[in-house]
Design a protein around this ligand. Structure first.
Ligand code: MD3
Ligand code: FE
Length: 217
């Protein structure tokens, strides 16, 4: 037996788990491109730094956020919106690297959504204790377009609720490299992120980064 057979680094297997009629987990789908994705994120946040946005309700979000693409998702005391410029500097958001858009189109196609072309990548960064409460994503113009999410770094517990806020959410572990495609009937389901547990990830240290690739317009 050769050592490689037992070496995690050579394990590039991926597999699918269906979550609902319109949502599929592509386990480890992004693991092979992790360093390229992280380099692309570093590039973007050098121009559009991570920041903690304010919600219209007056709370500060515990995940730090930035964007790349033609638009960026922003929150402030006036509400939630997609804007073509970064409100911190009134400049265009950094362009979306092809590594990101191509990964998202491929993942969407693998889940049955042909020709997905994202125009936004929202970048969320969690540190231990950071969370995201149950919400729907409904600021996009065409809700027949899916959302593709990519998890990097520390593992987390994803909360997958129903179409009404009061339904008790399922808890799903997502790990480094996991990609999830959300569309169809599941597109408007309530979802959130449980408080991140402390840990140490070989590439990201004490952080989890989530990318959501979206079609805003
Ligand atoms: C299910 N982000 O940015 S990604 C968000 O891990 C957001 O940072 C979480 O929710 C995160 O809005 C979850 C998974 C996700 C994204 C969009 C969805 C799940 C979804 C849209 C509809 C249903
Ligand atoms: Fe969301």
């Amino acid at each position: 037996m050769t050592a490689e057979l037992f070496n995690d680094i050579t394990d590039t297997s991926t597999w699918q788990e269906r979550l609902g009629p319109g949502s599929v987990i592509l386990r480890r789908y992004a693991a092979a491109s992790d360093t390229a994705l992280l380099a692309a994120i570093e590039d973007a946040v050098a121009t559009a730094p991570f920041r903690h946005m304010q919600t219209p309700g007056g709370f500060t979000m515990s995940a730090a956020m930035s964007n790349c693409g033609d638009y960026g998702w922003t929150a402030d005391t006036d509400g939630y919106r997609y804007s073509a410029t970064d409100p911190l500097n009134d400049r265009a958001w950094p362009a979306m690297p092809e590594t990101l858009s191509e990964l998202a189109s491929r993942a969407a196609a693998a889940a049955g959504f042909a020709a997905f072309q994202p125009d936004v990548c929202l970048i969320n960064r969690y540190e231990p204790g950071a969370r995201m409460s149950l919400h729907q994503d409904r600021d996009e113009a065409d809700l027949t377009q899916p959302i593709v999410s990519v998890s990097l770094g520390l593992p987390m517990t994803f909360l997958f609720g129903g179409l009404r806020r009061k339904e008790r959410p399922a808890r799903i572990e997502l790990q480094h490299g996991d990609v999830v495609v959300w569309g169809g009937e599941d597109r408007l389901r309530y979802h959130g992120v449980a408080p991140l547990k402390d840990g140490e990830h070989p590439l990201l240290g004490r952080y989890r980064i989530n990318l959501t690739l979206r079609r805003a317009h």
